[in-house]
Design a protein around this ligand. Structure first.
Ligand SMILES: Cc1ncc(COP(=O)(O)O)c(C=O)c1O
Length: 395
C-alpha cells in the first residue's frame, strides 16, 4: 500500500477530515459476527413495497434505461409537486423541483449553490453530519445549534439567534431530526421564519422524516408560511418513507429562478438520478399507500414499546415524536457512549450508535434505530438490560 503519496500532499484544503472512524470500526466488528441485531443505521428493515419494485422492472422491460433530463422525469416532478401540495400545503410547480440521488445529493447541491468560503451555516444539532462535510467542501463553517434532552431536543429560537453573525448564510432545520427524533413544533417554526426574515438568512428545511410523525406531534413546512418560499429550500425523498434507501431518490424544491441556476451544476454532478429508480419513485407516490401505512404502524408500535422499556430500564430520552430513532441517555450506567456501544456490540451483537457520531459533544447519548421487527427489538432490549446489569455490577 502506498503511503505519503504525491496526491495526498496536494489534497485541497476543502477536504476537511471528518471522523468516520467509529462507524467504520463498528461496521468492521459487526462484519465478523453472525448474531448482529442491527439497530445502528437509519435503514428500514422493511423491503421496498412490491408494486414499487414491479414498476422498476416494468421500466426496464420498456427500455427506460436512458438518460432523463437533469432535473428528472416530468411525470415524477409533477407527482412530487402534487404530493407537496396535498400533504404539506406547499406550492411548487414541477419546474421548481430537482430530483437527485437521495436527499444526500440535494444537500451537496444546495451548499454548492449558496455557500462561499468563510460563510457560516447553522445546523440543528446533534445532527446528520453530512451537512458538516458538505459545508466544508464549499469552504464554509458549520455552526451547531444545540438542542437538549430537558427540552425533548426541541429547537430553541434564542439558541439560533445568539449564533447569528454577519457571516451567517443559512440555517438548516431538520424536523423530525436525526438522531433525536425531535419534531420542531409549529409555533417554533413560525418563530424561525420570523428570525430568518429579521436577519435575512436562507433556510433549508430537511423534511425527509416528515411522513413519520406520530400522534401527539405535528408538522409545519417552513416554505408553506407566507413569504417563506422565496428564501427556503425544501428537501425530501423516498429512502425513509418508502424503505427505498438503496434506490437513491430524493429531491429539492425551490423557486424557479434558483432551480434554473442549479440545473447545470446538477448535470455536472451525475447528469440525472438513475432512470429506473425514478420510475420506482413515481410508483411510490402515485400507487397504493397501504404498505407505507403498515410500516408507519409498525414503527409507532416499536416506538411505544421502547419508550416503556427504556423507562423501565431507568434510561431517559428526549420524546421521540418522529422519524425512527430514540436518543437515549445512558449516563446512569456509568459508561460513556462509544464504549457502551462497542462493548454492547462485542458482547451481545446489538448494534447501536453513540451520539458522538452525530456531532454530539456529550458522551451521554446513544441513538437507537427501531428498525427491526418488534420481537427482535424485545430481545435486544433484554440483552441491553443484561449488559447494563453486568457492567453496573463491575463499576
Ligand atoms: C436528516 C437526513 N437528511 C438526509 C438524509 C439522506 O437520505 P437519502 O440520501 O437516503 O435520501 C438522511 C439519511 O439518513 C438524514 O437522516
Amino acid at each position: 500500500m502506498t503511503k505519503n503519496s504525491t496526491l495526498l500532499a496536494q489534497l485541497a484544503p476543502r477536504i476537511v477530515e471528518e471522523d468516520g472512524s467509529f462507524r467504520t470500526k463498528m461496521l468492521g466488528i459487526a462484519a465478523g459476527m453472525s448474531n448482529v441485531i442491527a439497530m445502528g443505521r437509519g435503514d428500514p428493515d422493511f423491503h421496498t413495497p412490491r408494486h414499487i419494485v414491479d414498476a422498476a422492472k416494468a421500466a426496464l422491460d420498456a427500455n427506460q434505461h436512458h438518460y432523463t433530463g437533469p432535473t428528472g422525469l416530468l411525470a415524477l416532478r409533477q407527482a412530487i409537486a402534487a404530493n407537496l401540495a396535498a400533504d404539506y400545503n406547499l406550492t411548487y410547480s414541477a419546474d421548481e423541483i430537482i430530483v437527485t440521488a437521495g436527499v444526500q445529493e440535494s444537500i451537496m447541491l444546495c451548499m454548492l449553490g449558496l455557500v462561499s468560503a468563510g460563510d457560516e451555516v447553522l445546523i440543528t444539532s446533534p445532527r446528520f453530519t453530512t451537512y458538516d462535510t458538505a459545508v466544508h467542501l464549499c469552504g464554509g463553517t458549520p455552526i451547531p445549534v444545540p438542542t437538549y434532552e430537558k427540552d425533548d431536543f426541541a429547537l430553541d429560537v434564542d439558541e439560533i439567534e445568539k449564533r447569528i453573525t454577519p457571516r451567517t448564510r443559512m440555517f438548516v432545520m431538520v424536523s423530525p431530526n436525526n438522531p433525536t427524533g425531535a419534531v420542531t413544533p409549529p409555533d417554533v417554526i413560525r418563530k424561525i421564519a420570523a428570525l430568518a426574515v429579521k436577519h435575512d438568512i436562507i433556510l433549508i428545511a430537511d423534511e425527509i422524516y416528515a411522513k413519520l410523525i406520530y400522534p401527539g406531534s405535528s408538522h409545519l413546512s417552513l416554505a408553506s408560511l407566507p413569504g417563506m418560499k422565496s428564501r427556503t429550500i425544501t428537501l425530501n425523498g423516498f429512502s425513509k418513507t418508502y424503505a427505498m434507501t438503496g434506490w437513491r431518490v430524493g429531491y429539492m424544491a425551490a423557486p424557479l429562478d434558483f432551480v434554473e441556476k442549479l440545473t447545470e451544476p446538477r448535470h455536472t454532478l451525475s447528469i440525472n438520478t438513475c432512470t429506473i429508480s425514478q420510475f420506482a419513485a413515481l410508483a411510490a407516490l402515485t400507487g397504493p399507500q397501504e404498505d407505507f401505512a403498515a410500516m408507519y404502524q409498525a414503527y409507532d408500535e416499536r416506538r411505544l414499546y421502547l419508550m416503556g422499556a427504556l423507562k423501565a430500564a431507568g434510561l431517559s430520552y428526549g420524546h421521540p415524536g418522529g422519524a425512527f430513532y430514540i436518543y437515549t441517555n445512558i449516563s446512569s450506567t456509568g459508561m460513556v457512549a462509544p464504549a457502551f456501544c462497542e462493548g454492547l456490540l462485542r458482547e451481545t451483537g446489538v448494534m447501536l450508535f453513540p451520539g458522538t457520531m452525530f456531532g454530539d459533544d456529550s458522551t451521554d447519548y446513544i441513538r437507537i434505530s427501531y428498525l427491526q421487527p418488534l420481537e427482535k427489538i424485545k430481545h435486544a432490549m433484554s440483552l441491553i438490560n443484561d449488559f447494563i446489569a453486568r457492567h453496573r455490577g463491575r463499576a
